[in-house]
Design a protein around this ligand. Structure first.
Ligand SMILES: *[C@@H]1O[C@H](CO)[C@@H](O)[C@H](O)[C@H]1NC(C)=O
Ligand SMILES: *[C@@H]1O[C@H](CO)[C@@H](O)[C@H](O)[C@H]1NC(C)=O
Ligand SMILES: *[C@@H]1O[C@H](CO)[C@@H](O)[C@H](O)[C@H]1NC(C)=O
Ligand SMILES: *[C@@H]1O[C@H](CO)[C@@H](O)[C@H](O)[C@H]1NC(C)=O
Ligand SMILES: *[C@@H]1O[C@H](CO)[C@@H](O)[C@H](O)[C@H]1NC(C)=O
Length: 379
């Protein structure tokens, strides 16, 4: 009997190992698919376009139409701008009636999703990693606006969550965006003085500088571990988020968090994190600080120049959640007051008492989308 048991136990262990390490459920395979293939399976028309920026990066953007339709919408064009981890998929991974890009496409707006240099859809690996959200806004977003206008010659709106907001602000302050309509920033802004939780601790530590000795890019990549953890351990994931992004009170639907684990985190550059850090620590929205020698070559001065918010003439609409651990009320209000002093046409701010930071991606009701549609439709 004993002789028989040993191989049996070995066999069971092998099968379990296979299941844990190699087996992929149909759902996992589906969530792993690139955004266009996945959405086509859900019956959305979606096209992949490649554009070449002024500094020669090859950027992928997607055009998304109404579910079940054979053509793209003729409504007002809107560009979704990715956040920190470059994950454009985050705009389509909630339930269909709650995902920002899907809701706007089904409403009839002409939806475009921009990926940025360095992410999985626009790797540009041969070009190195010397870029941050400055280049996303200065080159990638401006070329996207030009390109979208060729297909739909109406003024274009942009929507950016979190760091996506900084990308938009760079484009505006540097006067790079043409044919603009409404600029909508949620869970974003340039101030982080009141941010709480793990992120300020990490960003204020020398961790990124230490990492920069070893690598110029962070590429953790999606993992099975994250997938299982977020799929099966909701309370633990929720508790972790409480200390990083959304307090426990926010209305995010934690049971959908695992949708991301097959697409996120995507790569980002050390320069992007350092640029963020410089802004965060100094409280000044300025260009990347290369150190005095290179600053002098690049900018003709020892200190990096500030972005000139006074250049902004567009309408800017800020939206934030009360339970956001990162983009908090006092910082959002301060930024709002500052924008109101600029030439910006119309600056508004709204607070959602049930929302946090990730809940803009995974909210149970997504009522802020009604406001976004009315801002874009309002002339
Ligand atoms: C841009 O990249 C895509 C693949 O991602 C490729 O098909 C296309 O030819 C590239 N365009 C140029 C001009 O290199
Ligand atoms: C990136 O920056 C580093 C240091 O500033 C420099 O040595 C390198 O040549 C740059 N690479 C590219 C592709 O510009
Ligand atoms: C686009 O915006 C410009 C500047 O605000 C305005 O003059 C023009 O009429 C707008 N075009 C359309 C089609 O609304
Ligand atoms: C959360 O998402 C799950 C799965 O998509 C759904 O069944 C459930 O109804 C949602 N919960 C709430 C409170 O919306
Ligand atoms: C500013 O935008 C808001 C939201 O779209 C709108 O309700 C309001 O009428 C606008 N105000 C002006 C002065 O255009």
């Amino acid at each position: 009997m004993y002789h028989f048991k040993k191989p049996l136990i070995g066999l069971i262990i092998s099968i379990l190992t296979y299941l844990i390490i190699f087996f992929e459920s149909e759902e996992e395979k589906f969530l792993k698919l690139p955004i266009d293939i996945r959405l086509r399976k859900l019956n959305y028309p979606i096209q992949r376009h490649h554009i070449i920026t002024d500094d020669n990066f090859n950027i992928t953007i997607f055009r998304l139409g109404k579910k079940g339709s054979y053509q793209f919408n003729q409504g007002k064009p809107v560009v979704f701008v990715p956040q920190f981890l470059n994950c454009i998929d985050s705009y389509v991974l909630n339930e269909e009636h709650l995902s920002p890009a899907l809701v706007l496409a089904n409403y009839g707006l002409d939806v475009w999703l921009m990926s940025t240099r360095g992410g999985d859809y626009s790797p540009n690996n041969e070009k190195g990693s010397n870029f941050s959200f400055h280049e996303y806004g200065f080159y990638d977003l401006s070329k996207t606006f030009e390109y979208v206008y060729l297909f739909n010659p109406q003024n274009i709106s942009a929507i950016g969550h979190s760091q996506g907001g900084n990308t938009i602000l760079v484009g505006l302050a540097e006067k790079r965006l043409k044919n603009t309509h409404k600029m909508i920033i949620y869970g974003g802004g340039i101030y982080g003085k009141h941010a709480q939780g793990l992120f300020p601790l990490l960003i204020n530590s020398p961790l990124v500088e230490i990492l920069s000795y070893f690598t110029d890019k962070i590429n953790i990549g999606p993992s099975r571990f994250l997938f299982y953890l977020t799929k099966h351990f909701h309370y633990l994931s929720r508790l972790f988020f409480h200390y990083v992004i959304d307090t426990l009170e926010s209305d995010m639907n934690i049971s959908n968090l695992y949708h991301f684990a097959k697409r996120s985190p995507q790569p980002t550059t050390i320069q992007n994190i350092l640029h963020y850090k410089q802004m965060f620590v100094s409280g000044v929205f300025k260009r990347y600080d290369y150190g005095p020698t290179i600053n002098l070559q690049k900018y003709g001065q020892l200190e990096p120049p500030q972005y000139n918010l006074n250049q902004i003439e567009e309408s800017i609409h800020l939206i934030y959640g009360t339970h956001d651990v990162l983009a908090r009320q006092p910082d959002a209000q301060k930024f709002y007051q500052e924008l109101k002093k600029t030439q910006a046409k119309n600056v508004t701010i709204s607070e959602y008492a049930s929302m946090g930071h990730i809940s803009f991606i995974l909210d149970k009701r997504a009522s802020f989308l009604k406001e976004i549609i009315s801002i874009i439709e309002d002339d």
